[in-house]
Design a protein around this ligand. Structure first.
Ligand SMILES: [Zn+2]
Length: 173
């Protein structure tokens, strides 16, 4: 086993401990052996992984303006961690700088968010919100009234307006 593989196992263990669903641990950790991952899961959780279907987007986790606001804040923290670590260009310099899906940033953001706000976000929701913004399944818009950035999907309740000040988002397009 190479050092890289041992590092990936450590990442996989941390992701499992934080509650990330196994197929997502599989895609994020770089560990291809499903048998190894299932073994780690049983070791850490003492039970079999949840076989249920995965959600198709972050929208599944947005039940009200409160959860929309929390997940929008999660993205802001994720972005600032990636900017500070030089993984991506600063948002101010490059208006549409893309986020990167990175297991270490996901874990760091998840822990820091809990510490800073006292709110424990489902790490699966954290994964989906970052993924969906990267793949433009939802947009990350800026409120014209309070300047906060938020998850924008005009077709769904609670994401059609800014969750912080409730101003209706009007697209510039
Ligand atoms: Zn606003």
């Amino acid at each position: 086993m190479e050092v890289k593989d041992i590092k990936n196992i450590q990442i996989a263990c941390d992701l499992i401990e934080s509650g990330l669903r196994l197929p997502l641990v599989n895609s994020l950790s770089g560990i291809e052996s499903k048998r190894l991952l299932r073994g780690l899961w049983k070791e850490i959780c003492g039970e079999k992984p949840n076989p249920g279907q995965l959600p198709d987007s972050v929208i599944r986790y947005i039940r009200d303006y409160q959860s929309a606001a929390e997940l929008s804040g999660f993205v802001a923290l994720y972005r600032s961690i990636q900017e500070n670590q030089g993984q991506i260009e600063s948002y101010n310099k490059v208006r549409n700088s893309k986020l990167l899906l990175n297991p270490l940033t996901l874990l760091e953001t998840w822990r820091a968010f809990k510490k800073l706000t006292g709110v424990s976000i489902d790490i699966n929701a954290g994964y989906y919100v970052v993924r969906d913004i990267i793949f433009e399944i939802v947009l990350y818009a800026t409120c014209r009234s309070c300047s906060a950035s938020f998850i924008f999907d005009p077709s769904k309740r609670h994401t059609e307006r800014c969750p912080f000040c409730r101003t209706l988002y009007i697209s510039k397009l």
